[in-house]
Structures are given as structure tokens and as C-alpha cells.
Design a protein around this ligand. Structure first.
Ligand SMILES: Cc1cc2nc3c(=O)[nH]c(=O)nc-3n(C[C@H](O)[C@H](O)[C@H](O)COP(=O)(O)O)c2cc1C
Length: 376
């Protein structure tokens, strides 16, 4: 890369980070967001596979979060009432998630959305987990039947998003901690900023991020999921866009148009990521750690479901939730968590939390239903 281009890109990223406050000014040059792609040419209908209301259940399910927005699900539609949820092996993240731990958590979030959406649309989804080990391709068998509606505000599913920046420097109220963690039935601990545990997690996260930034296989895997140009994003409808990485404004415009995903591998950009992580860990109210449910693969799926139930409540309380998973992905991070917490502490999600003064709209992309649902 020529020096002038490199400098231009570097300044672009800095500008993007510094100028997020003036995004409105330049929203005309914004990248692809979820809302701008509704009903576009990529939204092939799934009507030849499923009746519209059932397809809508799967669309809501797919709004679930997943590591790198890899969307590791595929649904085999045996009949309009009988579906099999499988892991798409081509969407695994072997370098950061070799044991499929995060994949199963994401599947849990998918199933939770599916169940809530089905209830709201006048159905009940009976879910039987069939995965016996984290390596199994088949995850669950789902039967959808008509049932009197179990109303759940679908708006919560469509407006949930991961938020990374702009956290206020204020601790969470006890009432909000209780409200958020209720569905986790004791499987959630809040470490208030400034506490010794919170400091350990902040430092450990930066250190694990630094180690992972130097791990070439993890970085090359990440690059595979970066969609910088609008054209690339539109073709794939998954992964990480400038908008979802919160590189907005002029910086986003420059990165989208002049940078290639591989440019994230340069030593300078790796260091910039570490610096950004160090800054972010200092923002907000502290950390929430979600601990696992027992039961191997089924336990991880249950943990993902309950995490999602919590995440769906955050927006109404103006609380941002940012999973920062590196400590769980790097052996030294796992070791440090083990040493600093007693007993059978089994962390599955490390979440940076904080209040926001305004909540952004979701921007991460999703594949249309017809791309991940197949006739079984
Ligand atoms: C298991 C899991 C691990 C994740 N780890 C991270 C992480 O380490 N850093 C991060 O910025 N986001 C992380 N995320 C958030 C995803 O990147 C995010 O869900 C995805 O990009 C889709 O965006 P959305 O949540 O706004 O819909 C994680 C999500 C899940 C489900």
C-alpha cells in the first residue's frame, strides 16, 4: 500500500472514530444499514418454501446476534409445521471458536427469537434440542402449531442491537440490574465499574484482545467476515460492515471506498484496534457476566436463549450491551478469569454494559429467509 493511501486511510479511521458525533451531518454518505435493505432486490421471498407468516417467524429468529454476525444457522423445512435447525458448517469460526461454544450460544439466541415470534404471531413452537455434542450439525427439531397468541412485543426483536460506543459514565441502578438479569435466574453477575473484579475484566479484555490481534489465524478469519464495500455487503448480507463496526461519518465513507478488509491486518491497524478496545473498556457502567447452564451442548443453547431474553429488554432501559468475548477465546484470558473468581464460575458471555443518552437503530445485516431456509 502506498504511503499516501495508507495515511489517507489511517486518517479516515481516526476521523470516523472522532466524528461519530457529527454523523447526522453526513448521513447522506452513510453505509448500508438494515433498514435500507428491507424490500430490496435481495429480499427474495421464501413463499415457495413457507407460507408468509411462518417465514416471518424465521425472519424474526434471524435477527438474533452471532459472533462476527456469521449467522451460523440453516433451517431444513420438512413441512410448513416441521423444521430442523442445523449449524451451517461453512459459517463456523474455528480460529476463535474452535469448540463451537459461541456458535451454540448464537443458536440459542436464534431459538429464543423464534419461540417469541411464533407466540406473537399465533403459534407455539415446540423445540426439542437434538444436539448431543457441540460438533453436531443438527441442533434442534421444531414443531410449529397454531396456538392462542402469547403476545410479546416483536418490536423488541427488531430493535435490539449490539452497541459499542457512547456509553455514559454512570453505574446501573439496582432495579435495572434486577430487571435485566431476571431471566438468567442467578446466572448473571454485575461487576460495577471501579470494583476490583471489573478492573480485572477490563485489563484482561485488553490483554486478550492484544494477544488475539497478534494471532494471524484469528485476524485472517475476522477479515473473512468484514464487508467494507456496499456491494460486498449487499451480496453477502452478513458479517461486519463499517456501520456495524461503528466506523461512521467521513471515516466510514473513506474506509468503505478506499480500504480492503486485508488492510485490517497491518500492524498499525491491529494496534489501533487494541487502543480502541482499551478506550472502550474504560467507558460505561461496568460488566455483566453470564454464566452457563449445565448440560453440554443443550446447556449452551439454554444459556444463549436466556442471554437473548435479557438482551431484548436492554433498549427500553436505555442500556447498551456489548459482548467482548476475547477473554473467553484466549487461554490466558480463561486462566485469569479462573484465578480471579472463586468456585465453579463458568462465564459464557462477558458483556460491557452502560446507559446511553440515545439508542441507535440496528444496522447489522441479515440474510433473507430464503437464503438460510431450504426444503428438507
Ligand atoms: C456469542 C457472541 C459473541 C460475540 N462476541 C463479540 C465480541 O467479542 N465483540 C463484539 O464487538 N461483538 C461481539 N458479538 C456481537 C456480534 O458481533 C453481533 O451480534 C453481530 O455483529 C450482529 O449485530 P447485532 O447484535 O447488532 O444484531 C458477539 C455476539 C455473540 C452472540
Amino acid at each position: 500500500m502506498k504511503t499516501t493511501r495508507k495515511k489517507f486511510i489511517t486518517q479516515g479511521i481516526y476521523a470516523g472514530m472522532a466524528l461519530t458525533g457529527v454523523t447526522a451531518l453526513i448521513s447522506a454518505c452513510g453505509g448500508i444499514r438494515r433498514a435500507s435493505l428491507r424490500d430490496n432486490e435481495n429480499m427474495v421471498t421464501a413463499e415457495d418454501i413457507l407460507p408468509p407468516e411462518k417465514a416471518e417467524i424465521l425472519r424474526f429468529a434471524s435477527l438474533a446476534p452471532s459472533g462476527h454476525n456469521s449467522q451460523p444457522w440453516v433451517v431444513n423445512v420438512i413441512s410448513p409445521e416441521e423444521w430442523i435447525l442445523c449449524a451451517d458448517q461453512s459459517r463456523r469460526l474455528p480460529a476463535v471458536d474452535p469448540d463451537n461454544r459461541e456458535l451454540l450460544l448464537s443458536m440459542g439466541a436464534f431459538l429464543e427469537n423464534l419461540s417469541l415470534a411464533a407466540g406473537s404471531l399465533g403459534y407455539a413452537a415446540d423445540i426439542r434440542i437434538t444436539a448431543r455434542t457441540p460438533q453436531d450439525t443438527e441442533i434442534a427439531r421444531i414443531t410449529v402449531r397454531s396456538d392462542s397468541a402469547h403476545p410479546y412485543p416483536l418490536e423488541r426483536l427488531s430493535s435490539r442491537s449490539t452497541v459499542k460506543q457512547g456509553f455514559l459514565d454512570r453505574e446501573l441502578s439496582r432495579a435495572d440490574v434486577r430487571y435485566l438479569s431476571e431471566s438468567l435466574q442467578g446466572h448473571c453477575v454485575y461487576f460495577q465499574k471501579g470494583s476490583q473484579h471489573a478492573r480485572c475484566i477490563s485489563e484482561g479484555t485488553v490483554e486478550a484482545f492484544r494477544i488475539q490481534s497478534m494471532r494471524d489465524n484469528a485476524q485472517r478469519e475476522l477479515v473473512q467476515w468484514i464487508r467494507l464495500s456496499s456491494d460486498h455487503a449487499r451480496r453477502r448480507m452478513d458479517g461486519l460492515t463499517t456501520e456495524s463496526m461503528e466506523i461512521t461519518g467521513i471515516g466510514g465513507l473513506i474506509v468503505r471506498n478506499f480500504m480492503k478488509p486485508e488492510d485490517f491486518l497491518t500492524p498499525g491497524n491491529r494496534q489501533r484496534g487494541i487502543d480502541m478496545t482499551a478506550r472502550l473498556t474504560g467507558e460505561g457502567a461496568g460488566w455483566m457476566v453470564v454464566t452457563g447452564y449445565p448440560g453440554g451442548a443443550a446447556g449452551l443453547i439454554e444459556t444463549g436463549r436466556r442471554f437473548q431474553r435479557m438482551a431484548l429488554l436492554a433498549r427500553e432501559r436505555m442500556i447498551a450491551i456489548h459482548p467482548m468475548t476475547q477473554m473467553l477465546e484466549e487461554p490466558s484470558g480463561q486462566q485469569s478469569l479462573g484465578m480471579n473468581h472463586s468456585g465453579n464460575f463458568d462465564p459464557q458471555f462477558i458483556l460491557r454494559v452502560g446507559y446511553l443518552s440515545s439508542y441507535p437503530e440496528p444496522v447489522s445485516l441479515r440474510r433473507p429467509v430464503s437464503w438460510f431456509a431450504e426444503r428438507g
